[in-house]
Design a binder for this molecule. Structure first.
Ligand code: ATP
Length: 235
């Protein structure tokens, strides 16, 4: 269980997160929604140790991540897929996947984990020897997710995987995230501007607005609330 409490994060004088609290239950998909600049990316970067908060905590099973170096947070099983994926375009698909697990697995286990990722994302298997630069946007996002999954994380932080992708590809990616929760018990914290897609697969969701949690609840209830959808979600 990830428990975020009273997180305050600022780049300058103005806080980007101004006292954010949320719970991310194990084995569930939690969506963080909100407009441009609401603080969604800042929240993920703070949980994975790339930013230090002014105050507040982000505790994974009682251990405060905000005091640990990012590398230690990775070792605790937290994987962060940044916006646009961050795959290394000069390397092949397979080399990118190997990088995701080299620190964790010996050869045999690494090969098994990579095979599991190919099963999850068949287009990657067909393109394993190609440079990542030659992938489509959707395939690149699959590679970014796959690279994170090779390490077998327990908590997956995903930043706007739908960005710039066709609706059909977005639906595929959302379905994979849902399946990972259902089949492997992975805990997912999904940041999305595309509220409609995220709510279609999430268990719970919260809306960030100007650095604060404006609304939180069951995803289905949020999607069914016309007033809320119009006010915060744009659909
Ligand atoms: P987007 O969907 O556009 O990425 P977001 O909800 O992820 O938006 P953040 O990127 O977390 O929002 O930004 C929150 C606020 O912090 C914004 O006002 C933004 O301008 C500011 N901010 C973000 N990164 C920096 C930075 N490196 N330096 C200064 N201000 C920043």
């Amino acid at each position: 269980m990830l428990e975020v409490k009273d997180l305050v994060v600022a780049y300058g004088a103005e806080p980007a997160l101004d006292g954010v609290s949320l719970s991310v239950p194990d084995g569930a998909l939690t969506a963080v929604l909100g407009a441009n600049g609401a603080g969604k990316t800042t929240l993920l970067r703070t949980i994975s140790g790339l930013l230090r908060p002014r105050s507040g905590t982000a505790a994974l099973d009682g251990r405060d991540l905000t005091r640990l170096p990012a590398e230690e947070i990775v070792r605790l099983g937290v994987a962060h897929v940044p916006q646009s994926g961050g795959v290394i375009t000069e390397l092949t698909v397979e080399e990118n996947l190997r990088l995701g697990g080299l620190w964790r697995w010996r050869r045999g286990d690494l090969a098994r984990r990579i095979a599991a990722v190919y099963e999850l994302f068949p287009p990657l298997a067909d393109r394993r020897a190609r440079a990542a630069a030659a992938l489509s946007g959707g395939e690149r996002q699959m590679l970014a997710l796959g690279r994170a999954l090779v390490a077998e994380p327990r908590l997956l932080l995903v930043d706007e995987p739908s960005l710039g992708l066709a609706p059909r590809v977005v639906a595929q990616i959302m379905a994979v995230l849902r399946r990972l929760c259902d089949d492997t018990g992975l805990t997912v914290l999904l940041v999305e501007q595309n509220a409609r897609s995220a709510l279609s697969v999430a268990d719970r969701a919260l809306v960030l607005s100007l650095g604060s949690v404006a609304v939180a609840g069951e995803a289905a209830a949020l999607a069914a609330d016309d007033r809320l959808r119009h006010a915060y979600l744009g659909f």
